[in-house]
Write a protein that binds this ligand. Structure first.
Ligand code: NOJ
Length: 850
């Protein structure tokens, strides 16, 4: 009984808290290793012993001798493909944990083209000598250059490796001589451009996956995920570092003029294993990083539609009612989500027998209108004999242990719980197998996705910072602190495998995860966690998702409307308008918040939301094409302005705007009661932007105040780009699958426009395994629109309904703004209806419009 009431109190705190709990979640001054390393003065502790240097085809090794006593270190420096180097530094006979599973395969080495040595340094070079790494002996440093430009310096002055009784922390500095702005080290609720942290002032950015309810705006506090990647960006070059290490970290950042931009990493344990990415453009640096950690596979098309969630839709009748109301009020919906209350006493892979007595019938009803179901499955397992998951995991020894070898038990939703040890491949297999139709009873194919939550993992114990103890033990005798930040990553790896097995690998698994790490894109989408229904959190959605997009995790969104509290109608509308332009589009809210499905709102708000949803569905071909292109290149789906316009220093701090691909510019309206907002139109004189919603045209000359109405946020298409849409919006993605396309463009100064379009079955891996897709170039030149195959078997015809030209009128040479007029072609020059021209992608087709 006592336990029960304690649990109730904790639950209340967890579900209702609106301010991050700084007593629970520590700042650097309360973490020993961080305090020690942060206040350590540069001391140039190590020198390279020139007599120990050896090189082979692609690796240089040397011993680093301590200058004033201590342990020798071993340095290895490896040349990798894609303009990347890898630096490892560890003690001779190091017992440090080496991370597995995170990289997408073993990085591919590349041979050194040259090795040059003098009395004070040795330089190795790769890629026809365009990349070089110069190791200086004393003081020790490594200078990485590309095409003669010094981009990254590994700063030996600040290198420290310690071993204490409880951990083995280390620190090192990195300088980015060409950079004026640092980005990365997701996940923080922070501006996209990282701030300067300083001892005595702002804390360093912390990376320790944490269940922080009511997190604050613009804060270096750790959140649910960690991506230890830092990009240094400036007009001349972009480069990056990726610390392949899943222990807790703190990163001190200084963005300043070129030559002084730098960072200082302080890490609790594990290996100093650093990848150095030489760019030199944002596109290249992101590709270099995703080359290491992989790309997302394509989502099934329904994933890109709209999702409705709530903590919780807690009866099957309510679920059916919500779904029916979406249809009857003409709101698009692809999936409805079940939070924890659908389970029998928070035992995952079960159903509450009272409130979900016939889950199959419920799924059949949803399926009848082409809707999917997503259910939550957390990693904590209720301690209860007779619960098959608990019994099975206990019998097979698959739980995380205490330091003394007993099974760890902590509190979470079910009360006393044990935690799957996902580091153990057997645990991943066992838990994954629970998703089978046989084990997760009463599930059907309509249960099309899984939500992995609380996987930092969350343990309701403030004294443990709400997670497993640092000395808990995983498979192979690995201490939890070594792998803390990949617990959620491993959880999704298990779920992904389980879903693949359940569906005999015929469907692309969909998983949403709260906790994540570098490489999580291979398994899951993310959302930004328990935000608040307040304007700054709307902006934070753009900031965080832009950051995750340049760090490989492209499928990102937030709880539309805010998790805690109740949004005003205005905020609610603006959130839908923005959510429609972020990759993952789901509304969710907590128990205490008022019900807020769009059909419950006043008519005028309904109208605004309806337009937002329709806008999303009209642009599905854009989303899907970009998602495909990401699978090949690693490119972000939504992009910050600096990514596409790297030389324009005035865009470096802009994070209330995003680019969807190259061609669509969106400005969030995250201000209450405004009649106009400043929009930055990038690209200089040659770039011109054409409004999606009015006939406004703006040259790419910087900031302009653009009027906004309640109905719209600013959205512009780029002149010279092509936007392919499906303008007939139906209830969900399935019903739009075979609809034809409408092509929108404005020709550039050469009278041309260019775009791409991707089509496949929307479900399976045949695109990947059998080349079963259509991927075409669309080229406009004058009055001709040419469609030609890029790759893929071209089995899906391109059926075009309309071609809409937006011709700029009233824009005299050199003026900032103008107007366009729309010319809609439904036939080609011969009068034939365009939709009757069945374009076989295998043959180049030219549509003549005049
Ligand atoms: C925490 C998640 O962040 C939230 O979205 C969810 O509703 C609750 N857990 C309950 O499962």
């Amino acid at each position: 009984m006592m336990f029960k009431s304690l649990f109730f109190v904790i639950t209340l705190v967890v579900t209702q808290s609106l301010a991050a709990d700084h007593n629970t979640f520590k700042d650097c001054s309360r973490v020993d290793f961080c305090t020690n390393l942060r206040t350590r003065q540069p001391s140039n502790d190590y020198s390279v012993d020139p007599d120990t240097i050896t090189t082979n085809a692609n690796t240089l090794s040397a011993t680093l001798r301590p200058n004033s006593g201590g342990t020798d270190l071993v340095l290895t420096l490896t040349g990798l493909q894609e303009d990347t180097f890898r630096v490892k530094i560890k003690e001779v006979d190091s017992g440090r944990y080496e991370l597995v599973d995170v990289l997408d395969g073993e990085p591919k080495p590349t041979d050194f083209n040259g090795v040059a040595r003098d009395d004070t340094s040795i330089t190795v070079s790769t890629n026809s000598n365009s990349n070089s790494a110069r190791v200086t002996f004393s003081p020790f440093s490594i200078e990485f250059s590309k095409d003669g430009l010094l981009e990254v310096v590994f700063d030996g002055d600040k290198l420290t490796l310690l071993e204490t009784e409880v951990n083995a922390p280390f620190s090192f500095g990195v300088k980015f001589p060409q950079a004026v702005q640092l980005y990365g080290i997701h996940e923080h609720c922070e501006t996209l451009a990282l701030k300067n942290t300083a001892p005595g002032g702002t804390d360093p950015y912390r990376l320790k996956n944490s269940d922080v309810g009511g997190f604050e705006i613009e804060s270096p506090m750790a959140l649910y995920g960690s991506i230890p990647v830092l990009y240094g960006h400036g007009p001349k070059a972009t480069s990056g570092v990726f610390l392949h290490n899943a222990a807790q970290q703190w990163v001190e950042t200084t963005s300043s003029s070129a030559g002084t931009t730098q960072a200082y990493f302080m890490t609790e344990a594990g290996c100093l294993d650093l990848f150095v990415l030489l760019g030199p453009t944002p596109t290249q640096v992101v590709r270099q990083y995703t080359q290491l950690t992989g790309t997302a596979h394509l989502p099934q098309i329904w994933v890109l539609g709209y999702h409705q969630s709530r903590y919780s839709y807690d009866t099957q009748e309510l679920v059916k009612d919500v779904a029916a109301n979406f249809d009857s009020h003409n709101f698009q919906l692809d999936a409805i989500w079940l939070d924890i209350d659908y389970t029998d006493g928070f035992k995952y892979f079960t159903w509450n027998p009272d409130t979900f007595s016939d889950p199959v019938e419920m799924q059949n009803v949803l399926n009848g209108t082409n809707k999917k179901l997503v259910t939550i499955i957390d990693p904590h397992i209720k301690v209860e004999e007779g619960y098959n998951v608990y019994d099975g995991a206990l019998a097979k020894d698959l739980f995380v242990k205490n330091a003394d070898g007993s099974v760890f038990q902590g509190s979470c939703w079910p009360g006393l719980s044990s935690y799957m040890d996902f580091l153990n491949p057997e645990a991943r297999d066992f838990y994954g197998s629970m998703y089978s139709y046989e084990n997760f009873q009463s599930t059907t194919a309509t249960l099309a996705g899984i939500w992995n939550d609380m996987n930092e993992p969350s343990v309701f114990d403030n004294s443990l910072e709400m997670t497993l103890p640092a000395d808990a033990i995983h498979h192979g005798n690995v201490k939890h602190q070594e792998i803390h930040n990949i617990y959620g990553f491993l959880h999704t790896m298990s779920t992904h495998k389980g879903l693949l097995e359940r569906d005999n690998a015929t469907k692309r698994p969909f998983i949403l995860t709260r906790s994540h790490f570098a490489g999580s894109q291979r398994f899951a989408a993310i959302w930004t966690g328990d935000n608040t229904a307040d304007w700054p959190y709307l902006l934070a959605e753009v900031q965080e998702c832009l950051n995750s997009n340049i760090l490989g995790i492209v499928l990102c969104g937030s709880d539309v409307g805010g998790f805690f509290n109740n949004p005003s109608n205005e905020l609610y509308e603006r959130w839908y308008q923005l959510g429609a332009w972020l990759p993952f589009f789901r509304a969710h809210s907590t128990k205490d918040a008022e019900r807020r499905e769009p059909y419950l709102k006043p008519e005028d708000t309904q109208g605004v939301v309806r337009t937002a949803l329709q806008t999303r569905y009209k642009h599905l071909p854009v989303w899907y094409t970009l998602a495909f292109e990401h699978t090949i290149t690693g490119d972000p789906i939504v992009r910050p302005l600096f990514y596409q316009y790297p030389e324009d220093v005035s865009v470096y701090k802009i994070d209330d705007q995003l680019l969807l691909g190259r061609d669509i510019l969106v400005r969030a309206v995250a201000e209450a009661g405004v009649e106009s907002v400043d929009v930055y139109f990038p690209g200089g004189g040659n770039e011109v932007w054409v409004s999606e919603t009015s006939d406004d045209v703006q040259a790419g000359n910087g900031k302009v105040a653009i009027p906004v109405t309640r109905e719209n946020i600013p959205v512009y298409y780029r002149r010279g780009g092509i936007v392919v849409r499906k303008d007939t919006v139906r209830s969900n993605t399935a019903e739009m699958a075979s609809d034809s396309f409408t092509i929108y463009y404005t020709v550039d100064e050469n009278n041309t426009a260019h775009g791409t379009l991707y089509i496949d079955d929307g479900v399976s891996f045949k695109y990947r395994d059998e080349n079963d897709y259509t991927y075409v170039n669309i080229e406009v030149s004058g009055d001709n629109v040419t469609i030609s195959n890029i790759q893929g078997d071209g089995n899906y015809p391109v059926i075009i309904e309309k071609i809409v030209r937006r011709d700029i009128v009233q824009m005299p040479e050199g003026s900032q703004s103008g107007r366009y007029k729309e010319i809609v072609h439904t036939t080609d020059a011969s009068g034939q209806l365009l939709k009757n021209v069945k374009i076989d992608p295998k043959n180049k087709t030219v549509l003549r419009l005049k």
